[in-house]
Design a protein around this ligand. Structure first.
Ligand SMILES: Cc1ncc(COP(=O)(O)O)c(C=O)c1O
Length: 393
């Protein structure tokens, strides 16, 4: 079956999976294995762990994980995919594939904080410099690229302060200097932003979020679009994947696969719900600013309009400066439907306060930042929950 002429939503449902002969069914089989058996010593000796048309060891892939990898590469418009035990593990796979002592990596100042912690650790322990840039730098990134810069991280948008970077401008400057650009594309789930078409070299997805959709799995993926040649990006990432000993459980891989056919519908519902709640919040006197890329107040809004076809369910607000942290904490504690916890992309709405001034350089001192993950509840109920909690603030 060709998936070229069908829409992304249909492609999520009609995968390339071929069930065993005589057993027509939609779900792919779940294969559990550490040991993979070879018919003889010659086959064992000639086995190549990089060869995805064969199997050598459970850690290097099973029919279940290869099926999931192929589906994720297809969604993102890439050629290859490697699975990791979490989104953060996927980020680390990229760093360990591309960086060595003496190299330099550039990260946006609004990057997912554990990615920043990893960057700082690379600097402190590995002799790699990690430098932070203004996420709205655009083509100005060219001035920051040094001869030893090997990797530029991007995140669209930054998942707390929500600025949308100008990816085509950053990628063009990086390409001109032979530097790879990696994008954490989790917010768009790979369906609302065609990253490779904008010039990105490596896409990371935290499958923990929209792909799984159930708030019950931790997994990540690194997706590339290259020719697979030795020394190329996918080849280097495969080596990193193998050296780090990354594997994912068959049942978890199946859970992510089970989420894929409904991902676009869920994503659209998260998007609509988030815009409804964000619009309501934007009219409230307690809120100074809504940081949602589809709203004009959000830095990078014009870039979002140009590059994205939708929005994730995650956004932040800045409370008016007259509210103290004690008051905004009371607001969050008073919410009933919104639960307090990290992560996003599942059916339940979540709310988390951030001390953004400590995370971002040059962030104005005033105003508490609170992040909302809009789940799949009726937005009217979520708004009523927020309204009641605001009254208690
Ligand atoms: C933007 C972003 N990237 C990556 C991750 C990491 O995903 P995981 O929790 O699977 O490690 C997260 C998790 O919250 C995230 O928000």
């Amino acid at each position: 079956m060709t998936t070229k002429k069908i829409s992304p939503q249909t492609a999520l449902i009609h995968s390339e999976y071929e069930p065993p002969a005589g057993f027509g069914a939609f779900p792919p089989a779940i294969h559990h294995a550490s040991t993979v058996l070879f018919p003889n010593v010659a086959a064992l000796r000639s086995g190549d762990w990089k060869d995805k048309s064969a199997y050598t060891y459970g850690l290097h892939g099973t029919p279940t994980t290869f099926t999931l990898e192929a589906r994720l590469a297809q969604i993102e418009g890439g050629t290859d995919c490697l699975l990791a035990p979490s989104g953060l593990a996927a980020i680390a796979m990229v760093d360990f594939a591309l960086l060595k002592t003496g190299d330099d990596v550039l990260l946006p100042d609004n990057i997912y904080n554990p990615n920043r912690v990893l960057g700082n650790w690379l600097q402190e322990s590995m002799g790699i410099t990690a430098r932070y840039y203004d996420p709205l730098v655009g083509a100005g990134i060219a001035a920051l690229i040094q001869p030893n810069t090997r990797l530029i991280w991007t995140e669209a948008p930054g998942s707390v302060s929500m600025e949308v970077p100008d990816l085509p401008a950053i990628c063009a400057a990086a390409k001109a200097k032979g530097v790879a650009v990696a994008l954490d594309n989790t917010w768009s789930a790979g369906i609302a932003l065609r990253a490779f078409e904008l010039g990105v070299d490596i896409v990371v997805q935290a499958l923990t979020k929209y792909q799984s959709g159930g708030a019950d799995v931790l997994m990540g993926a690194v997706i590339t679009r290259d020719d697979g040649q030795p020394g190329g990006l996918h080849d280097r990432l495969s080596l990193s994947h193998m050296r780090l000993g990354y594997g994912v459980g068959a049942d978890d891989a199946y859970l992510v696969m089970r989420g894929l056919p409904t991902m676009k519908l869920r994503f659209d519902a998260h998007d609509a719900g988030a815009r409804t709640v964000a619009a309501w919040l934007s009219a409230r006197p307690e809120i100074a600013k809504v940081l949602h890329p589809a709203f004009e107040d959000c830095p990078g809004h014009e870039t979002w309009k140009r590059d994205f076809t939708g929005a994730g369910g995650l956004f932040s607000v800045l409370f008016d400066a007259r509210y103290t942290e004690e008051q905004t904490d009371r607001f969050i504690d008073s919410l009933k439907l919104f639960k307090i916890g990290y992560s996003w992309g599942g059916p339940n709405s979540l709310c988390v306060p951030y001390r953004i001034q400590a995370m971002r350089r040059g962030w104005p001192d005033a105003g508490i930042l609170v992040r909302f993950n809009i789940g799949l509840e009726d937005p009217a109920d979520l708004i009523a929950d927020i309204e009641a909690a605001l009254a208690l603030m």
